[in-house]
Design a binder for this molecule. Structure first.
Ligand code: ADP
Length: 203
């Protein structure tokens, strides 16, 4: 990991290296970052990818929007500033897990391009795979598994992404999943094949 410099702080390196951990796990550490509107299918697809990787004896770990907001980020709301801090902290956690050698499956709406790009910039080239989980706002509002669109459309929730807050779609994601033409199983397969083809599933 590249280390920033801080006054009076010194990074303490151990004797076990990243390569040692990756060899132990038989894989490469990487962050797979799922972005898309609420109800696009990020969590559904990430859960399937996790299941398939574990079946193949690969170490994967999910970081998921609501779960993180119930713990690590429970003091943050949905203003642009808090959304940026939410993603910054998650980016740091993803960086640590990636360094540990895990395959991180991070599903967050992460609506702002600059916040996602900052996470990418904190990782080495090839350690950040952006997956754009695409859905139209009409279809997302129709799925509405948590009833959030109903609330946002009736004004009970303010600043909801896609309704009265912007979503900046990735322009060059490594993987694009159009969930209106691709079912969750096929989407998971597409992602696992990408990891396999790109050499992440061996050390
Ligand atoms: P997000 O994590 O993006 O908020 P969820 O995975 O929680 O979204 O919810 C997506 C909902 O849409 C689920 O109920 C899922 O079953 C449904 N769904 C319908 N078609 C698809 C698809 N092609 N891909 C992913 N999810 C889909």
């Amino acid at each position: 990991m590249t280390q920033p410099t801080f006054s009076n702080l010194t990074w303490h390196s151990g004797t076990v290296t990243r390569a040692d951990r990756e060899q132990l796990l038989g894989q490469k550490g990487v962050t797979v970052w799922f972005t898309g509107l609420s109800a696009s299918g990020k969590s559904t697809i990430a859960c399937l990818v996790e299941q398939r990787l574990i079946e193949r004896k690969k170490h994967a770990y999910r970081l998921d929007g609501d779960n993180i907001r119930m713990g690590l980020n429970k003091n943050l709301g949905f203003s642009a500033e808090d959304r940026a801090e939410n993603i910054r902290r998650i980016g740091e956690v993803a960086r640590l897990f990636t360094d540990a050698g895990s395959i991180v499956l991070a599903s967050f709406v992460s609506p702002y391009r600059k916040d996602r790009d900052a996470v990418r910039a904190g990782l080495q080239p090839g350690e950040f795979i952006e997956v754009y989980v695409k859905v139209s706002i009409e279809e997302a509002a129709k799925r509405d598994p948590k009833g959030l669109y109903k609330k946002a459309l009736s004004g009970q929730i303010k600043g909801f992404t896609g309704i009265d807050d912007p979503y900046e779609a990735p322009t060059t994601p490594e993987i694009l999943i159009d969930t209106e033409t691709c079912d969750p199983g096929a989407a998971a397969e597409q992602i696992v094949s990408y990891l396999e083809r790109s050499g992440y599933l061996r050390n």
